[in-house]
Design a protein around this ligand. Structure first.
Ligand code: GTP
Ligand code: MG
Length: 252
């Protein structure tokens, strides 16, 4: 079995993911040690199933939040515990089987060779991807690139990333947003502002049909409203930081 990393954890926020979570966690464990799952008030049977997996596996830890508080809030909870235990970096991935566990070692290696950077997955879509989602993310990517003065964010929405924990905690604790689906894009932008430049790596993403066990909690109206509001406040933050961003770009 892989020896535990003293610095890098895999962190999986999970909310009612269905059966796919077991395979996701197993595949992540095959690639990395330790793997932590933050169960965010799930009401399906996965809290019990995951606890049973962890009972036989010292490299797997399940953190249970009693109430659903959102993807970003669940990640932050994991980061707080990881920081207290001396870990410095976290690879976040979804619990629903869409992200490529086999690329965990490659992403961790990129982070180990550039510890101050944020390693950002750039999605490679196959035919399973709904075109509305593929096209829709171009809008979020365009805004994220404007808000960072084109600092090189390859994709603003993909949650398969390695973050340095200390600056991400600082960014999250400095304001009350980024707790739900606004976590991934707002983290990309604010981490760039904080000076963690992105290292982009391609990573395939899969979309499963419901009959294949695919589960999505993304709600078009609710979450696109959340993301629109997020880009409005990020744009205001961008205007405030514009002189600093321009100076940084000139110095680079
Ligand atoms: N902790 C936590 N995780 C959540 C919550 N909602 C979703 N997630 C997790 O965040 C990840 C992404 O959620 P999805 O609903 O698949 O959203 P998505 O992947 O952006 O959207 P799709 O492309 O439609 O699947 C999954 O691992 C979910 O289990 C939540 O309220 N709390
Ligand atoms: Mg998903």
């Amino acid at each position: 079995m892989n020896p535990p990393s003293p610095t890098h954890i895999v962190l999986i926020p999970s909310y009612n993911p269905g059966e796919k979570v077991y395979r996701t966690v197993r595949e992540a464990r095959e690639q990395w040690n330790p793997v932590w799952v933050v169960v965010d008030g799930s009401t399906d049977e996965t809290p019990g199933g995951l606890a049973a997996m962890a009972a036989d596996d010292a490299g797997l830890r399940i953190i249970v939040l009693p109430r659903n508080s959102g993807k970003g809030a669940a990640v932050l909870r994991g980061l707080e515990i990881a920081a207290a235990e001396g870990y410095t970096h976290a690879l976040t991935m979804d619990s629903d089987g869409q992200h490529p566990a086999h690329l965990i070692p490659e992403f961790m290696a990129a982070s180990l060779s550039a510890p101050a950077a944020m390693v950002v997955g750039v999605p490679v879509f196959d035919a399973s991807a709904p075109s509305l989602r593929v096209q829709g993310r171009k809008i979020s990517n365009w805004w994220a690139n404007l808000e960072t003065l084109w600092s090189g964010i390859g994709d603003s929405l993909y949650g398969f990333r390695v973050y340095p924990i200390a600056p991400l905690r600082q960014v999250m604790k400095s304001q009350r947003w980024m707790r739900r689906f606004d976590f991934d894009p707002e983290a990309a932008v604010r981490m760039c502002w904080a000076g963690a430049s992105p290292v982009n790596l391609p990573a395939p993403v899969r979309y499963f049909r419901p009959e294949e066990g695919g589960v999505s909690h993304f709600r078009y109206l609710r979450d696109n409203t959340l993301l629109t509001w997020m880009h409005i406040r990020l744009f205001c933050g961008f205007l405030l930081r514009l002189p600093r961003l321009v100076l940084r770009r000139i110095d680079a």
